[in-house]
Design a binder for this molecule. Structure first.
Ligand SMILES: *Cc1c(COP(=O)(O)O)cnc(C)c1O
Length: 461
């Protein structure tokens, strides 16, 4: 890690495009000052830049749709709801022309509550309950992704008893696994999702034997936070070979290549170039289809993180600052621990995956010396880290606001109320205005689920 020259800079790779410091040095997001946001909604606070979120939806859509049109292919974009979902966010997604991909009955309910219609919803998951399948079928979801042989009968019989023909895709374990900077293509990957390629043809035959099912195509999702395009292309190549064989025996209108496009969390990360990823994937699929002598399929994608991640910033209030002496072979050094009023309950990614983030003093500008700091939460867990290493100014003081960018994806959705901390509120900002998306969870909310409290049992000892 390099010592930064200027702690006031907001790198646009990790911050929403609208983030800037005003004349006093305070950070503004979507034209709203962090001080105003914190006093209106409290901290911790998830802040979502609506314009950033919408423009990312559009950029990604264009990146795939433009090259696809040149090859006479259609593209269907699904937003992966699990990254970040509220009814307002689902409405933005819908207004920008996207379909939505849900992974549970709960996510399906939120999408429906936002006004999404079944034909613009896809449902996936490796263990969908009968009631989740029924709900999806009765709402006419466009596609259910079949994840195992067992599910074929399950979905077919539910569709049959509702007298509908249900569109289905088959999730394939292509053996391609992509992670951050590399991809591995192995014969068979050891994970719970999907069906090995060599079983696909026989299972599609079973699917096609059910008059209550309509086979739409193969589905693959090779991982998340991927920076290299090659993994997608290798997965597409493997799927297309089977797709071509399936097309000899019946229609295979589409190919779903999932999501997983990587973003920058810290200044050194190089986010995927969205335009390049669109062009390379689409052009490769088109030329592979031509080589194989098949009609190029329509393509589906399911981005989540790349849309939501860089649109979100979390605001925290600084509670305590402690310098801790750490010894190593090189001698002793001091590490500054900055404790904030949230932690692993609002951002689990650092403790769960060792994810990297950065933090900036948000309430004012500074020209103080940078100090290597660790931002930690207030939970009873030494692994309760929000930002493992970041430079904060030496004059950082108690009660000042710090901001952690790139927290829009998989932070709100992975939140818990460990230690009975209420999950934080989330507000959106746009053109100088803020809107509450989800209010903060109160102690009353948490107690309301507690039967001993609800039934008012006396304390008999
Ligand atoms: C999680 C998931 C996505 C979205 O992944 P991102 O990394 O957020 O883009 C898409 N499709 C499926 C099937 C998923 O499970």
């Amino acid at each position: 890690m390099q010592t930064p020259n200027d702690l006031n800079l907001l790198n646009d790779k990790v911050w929403p495009a609208s983030a800037a410091r005003d004349g006093t040095g305070e950070i503004q997001i979507g034209g709203v000052g962090v001080g105003e946001l914190a006093s209106k909604y409290g901290t911790p606070l998830y802040v979502i830049d609506e314009d950033e979120f919408r423009s990312r939806l559009n950029q990604l859509n264009r990146a795939f749709t433009k090259p696809a049109r040149e090859h006479g292919m259609k593209v269907r974009m699904y937003y992966a709801a699990k990254a970040l979902l509220t009814t307002d966010i689902a409405r933005w997604v819908q207004q920008e022309g996207y379909s939505i991909d849900v992974a549970s009955g709960g996510e399906l309910s939120v999408a429906l509550a936002a006004g999404f219609e079944g034909p613009k919803i896809g449902l996936h998951g490796n263990n969908k309950s009968l009631s989740e399948i029924s709900k999806a079928v009765t709402h006419g979801v466009n596609a259910i992704v079949i994840d195992s042989e067992l599910e074929i009968e399950r979905i077919a019989s539910i569709a049959e008893s509702n007298s509908v023909v249900q569109g289905v895709r088959l999730r394939v374990n292509s053996g391609v696994h992509a992670s951050t900077h590399e991809y591995l293509a192995t014969a068979r990957e050891d994970q719970k999702f999907g069906i090995p390629l060599d079983q696909v043809e026989s299972l599609v035959e079973v699917i096609r034997s059910h008059s209550s099912l309509r086979f739409l195509g193969l589905h693959s999702h090779i991982g998340s936070q991927i920076f290299v395009v090659d993994g997608f292309i290798e997965a597409a190549r493997r799927l297309l070979q089977t797709h071509a064989k399936l097309a000899e025996k019946g229609e295979v209108p589409e190919l779903n290549l999932g999501g997983g496009f990587g973003i920058a969390y810290v200044d050194n990360d190089k986010p995927v170039n969205i335009k390049e990823i669109g062009q390379r994937i689409v052009n490769n699929v088109a030329s592979l289809a031509e080589e194989m002598g098949i009609k190029p399929p329509d393509l589906c994608f399911e981005p989540g993180r790349v849309i939501a991640g860089p649109s979100g910033v979390t605001l925290y209030n600084v509670g305590t600052i402690k310098d801790v002496e750490v010894s190593s072979e090189k001698g002793t050094a001091v590490r500054r621990y900055v404790s904030v009023d949230g932690g692993m309950s609002d951002n689990l990614r650092s403790s769960l995956y060792g994810a990297e983030y950065s933090a900036s003093l948000a309430s004012r500008a500074t020209d103080a010396e940078p100090v290597l700091s660790r931002v930690v939460g207030k939970h009873c867990e030494s692994g309760d880290v929000v930002v493992n290493h970041t430079y904060l100014p030496s004059d950082l003081a108690i009660n000042e606001l710090i901001a952690v960018p790139a927290t829009g994806a998989y932070c709100f959705s992975l939140a818990s109320n460990y230690n009975y901390l209420g999950r934080p509120p989330m507000a959106s900002v746009r053109a100088g205005e803020s809107t509450l998306l989800v209010r903060g969870e109160t102690e009353q909310d948490m107690l309301a689920r507690d039967e001993g409290y609800r039934t008012g049992k006396p304390n008999e000892s």
